[in-house]
Design a protein around this ligand. Structure first.
Ligand code: SAH
Length: 344
């Protein structure tokens, strides 16, 4: 099997280059081309000799995602990209402009095996996990296409990042590297449905990234209705793992709570939620559910959303309603890829 050259750290790249009988300084040059200048292929690397390029082409795979479509929201400028991987699989990524900087939301897997009831990404199960270079290149391709600096990364697209733990960590190492895009750990958010042992492992890495936990229900029963994974990890274990993450890293936890009309948006739900997260240093992000055609879940009424927020605020819990960006361009995770696959 060929080496996935864009997934290598600078040290690993040095070893690889030496194996090919080349001088170590070539590793530095290559790294700079891949992760600094965001080269699309070996041909763009003007100071690399032809002989080395040929050797590399023979021994290494160079991940470079192909842009299939890009849709731009007329409302807020959000862009949704559909990329093709070298094996023909498709992934989607999103570019969002905020006043504090530009954010890219990436996918971590092709499909997903977590089965959340309201999510389009999981409808056909998991195809495969993404390599570190495939996660990176979603960001590189978008940075090239927009010509703008990416300051924030959220791993909140298709897939469960903690179901692809080693590749996720490698990706974080590369995207934060000072010789690459050098994105600050504090500007990276990883969202999980709550794989408890890997949340604890991540806590022990003592990184400064933000952990977002998809909660969506405030009791074990309610959560399990929406998220099959809750059958494996009890809500109390998940909250304990969040507390542990905060203790180890000092980073405030984000809870994502998608409001589904008539399912998890009542006063009682809000009260249970206050009790559940009370005493934890956290922030709650309320997301009006984005209905998918395969399920009959509906968005909560605006009045109920505001009431829910109000209830939490009264208990002094940090809460925001997620700004709905790019609603006009296949909002919910996994919808764009599905639509494309259905069309071809
Ligand atoms: N697997 C990870 C990350 C991907 S999903 C996780 O579960 O966190 C990113 C977030 O979007 C999660 O909170 C997920 O539950 C939520 N989500 C997925 N589909 C949605 C939909 N149709 N409407 C609202 N939120 C959705």
């Amino acid at each position: 099997m060929k080496t996935d050259i864009k997934s290598l750290s600078i040290e690993e790249l040095k070893t690889e280059i030496e194996k090919l009988g080349e001088k170590p300084f070539r590793a530095k040059q290559l790294y700079e081309w891949m992760h600094g200048k965001l080269a699309r292929n070996y041909d763009e690397m003007t100071n690399i000799p032809k002989s080395l390029k040929e050797k590399l082409a023979e021994h290494c795979d160079y991940t470079s995602l192909k842009e299939i479509t890009v849709q731009t929201s007329k409302i807020d400028g959000t862009k949704k990209y559909l990329f093709e991987l070298s094996d023909g699989n498709l992934v989607e990524s999103v570019w969002m402009k905020y006043h504090h900087g530009n954010s890219v939301c990436i996918s971590s897997q092709v499909g997903c095996r977590m089965g959340c009831r309201f999510c389009a990404s999981t409808l056909d199960g998991l195809e495969r996990s993404l390599t570190p270079s495939e996660m990176l290149d979603q960001i590189y391709a978008i940075a090239r296409s927009t010509g703008e600096r990416v300051s924030n990364v959220v791993v909140m697209g298709t897939g469960e990042p903690l179901d692809n733990y080693d590749n996720l960590l490698k990706f974080i190492q590369l995207i934060t590297d000072e010789n690459g895009l050098h994105i600050s750990q504090r500007n990276i958010t990883v969202s999980t449905c709550g794989i408890v042992e890997n949340m604890k492992r991540l806590a022990d890495e003592k990184l400064q990234i933000t952990l977002a936990l998809s909660l969506h229900g405030s009791t074990q029963e309610k959560r399990q209705e929406l998220m099959p994974i809750a059958g494996k990890y009890h809500i109390s274990e998940v909250i304990d793992a969040c507390r542990y993450y905060f203790e180890q890293t000092g980073r405030r936890i984000t809870f994502e709570y998608s409001l589904v009309g008539g399912v998890n948006d009542t006063n009682e739900d809000a009260e249970n939620l206050c009790r559940l997260v009370g005493g934890l240093n956290c922030h709650i992000n309320l997301i009006p559910v984005n209905p998918i055609k395969e399920r009959d879940y509906i968005e909560s009424e605006r009045r109920d959303i505001l009431n829910f927020q109000n209830k939490l605020e009264k208990r002094h819990i940090n809460v925001t309603i997620r700004r709905e960006m790019g609603r006009d361009i296949d909002g919910a995770c996994g919808q764009l890829r599905r639509r494309h696959e259905a069309a071809v």
